[in-house]
Design a protein around this ligand. Structure first.
Ligand SMILES: Nc1ncnc2c1ncn2[C@@H]1O[C@H](COP(=O)(O)OP(=O)(O)OP(=O)(O)O)[C@@H](O)[C@H]1O
Ligand SMILES: [Mg+2]
Length: 331
């Protein structure tokens, strides 16, 4: 008898989340692979959280990298290696030996990029692979009435890509995406600190600043924090204070690109569905939705209610999970 286990996987630029049918979320790890390049072919040393701690700290023989960029595969072999490790971990020691996998992919990708994800999962040992577009998975995960003749708008704001879609009667009616996400906000903070304070900081410090005091809209209790980096003038370590208003200024271009994407999609939405959205509002998912005041900014610009879904970081994988539990999409 062939035993099989079904998994839903949100293969993100920053995080990979795995849902096992009948169990729920079993893996939440950074999308990072560490390889020993002395071996030929290179050997995987670590994946996920363990590999992430190695970024920027590896000896010459080991590299720790993110195999995805802007939501799509940048390094095919590494992505397949990472998926293989996650699927192995998800299967554990169970008797299940035939993993069937539902993977989420960004909606704006090319056929070649789609195929790459499909093949990487097959290469990683999955016996059957189905793909679902991120905004559809996010809408299902957020509990929106996707199957009804009602327009629902969902925007998934990830690390490498942001996507928005209007869903009605089980299909995407209008959609849009930009290859701008949380990683770009971090880059913008690095560039700002370098320009304004002559200070060099790494991407982990930039992300830290964003999460601690970053915002898209002014908020109560605006703050300032001390950051450490390397002085670009004399090369020595230096401390600088940065305020939440400065961070808002630093990330405003990227934030506005995401807001423009949503506005353009609203303009393309058929009027009946637009009026549904006006009633029910826009739902945000993805880690970017956690940026302070993003909902307020979008509500201010669109004049519509905007709410963040319950588990922004898990919303997409929970959507694949719901499909698996209901045996939807032929798995
Ligand atoms: N509290 C927070 N405030 C602002 N940004 C946050 C917060 N928490 C997480 N993020 C950002 O969210 C992003 C990760 O979100 P998510 O896991 O949804 O992305 P992903 O699915 O890996 O990427 P993508 O969907 O683009 O492939 C990172 O850029 C992270 O810095
Ligand atoms: Mg994502």
């Amino acid at each position: 008898m062939v035993l099989s286990q079904d998994f839903g996987i949100d293969l993100g630029t920053s995080n990979t989340v795995v849902y096992a049918k009948g169990k729920g979320i079993i893996i939440r790890e950074p999308s990072v692979v560490a390889m020993d390049v002395r071996e030929n072919p290179s050997k995987v040393v670590a994946v996920g959280a363990e590999a992430k701690t190695m970024i920027g700290r590896t000896p010459g023989s080991i590299t720790a990298q993110k195999p995805l960029k802007n939501g799509v595969i940048a390094d095919y072999e590494m992505t397949a290696d990472m998926l293989r490790e996650f699927i192995k971990k998800a299967q554990g020691k169970s008797l299940f030996n035939r993993a069937r996998v539902m993977l989420s992919i960004p909606s704006g990708v090319t056929e070649v990029e789609r195929r790459a994800v499909h093949d990487a999962a097959r290469n990683a040992g999955a016996r059957y692979v189905s793909l679902i577009e991120v905004p559809m998975a996010a809408a299902i995960g957020a509990g929106l009435p996707v199957g009804e003749p009602v327009g629902s708008m969902i925007a998934d704001l990830g690390a490498g890509t942001s996507e928005v879609a209007v869903v009605s009667l089980g299909d995407i009616v209008a959609s849009n995406s930009v290859r701008v996400g949380g990683d770009d906000l971090d880059e913008a903070i690095i560039a700002y600190v370098r320009r304004k304070h002559n200070l060099l900081i790494g991407s982990r410090t930039a992300e830290d600043i964003k999460i601690k005091i970053g915002s898209a809209y002014p908020y109560d209790g605006e703050a300032a924090i001390n950051i450490k980096g390397r002085n670009l003038v004399d090369g020595l370590p230096k401390n600088v204070e940065i305020t939440s208003a400065e961070v808002r200024e630093a990330i405003s271009d990227s934030v506005n690109q995401i807001a423009d994407m949503i506005c353009e999609t609203l303009e393309k939405t058929p009027p009946e569905l637009a009026s549904d959205i006006l009633d029910k509002g826009i739902t945000l998912s993805g880690g970017g939705a956690l940026l302070r005041g993003f909902d307020k900014l979008l509500s201010h610009i669109t004049k519509m209610p905007v709410k963040v879904c319950e588990n922004p970081l898990d919303c997409v994988v929970l959507g694949t999970g719901r499909c698996l539990e209901k045996n939807v999409l032929g798995l």
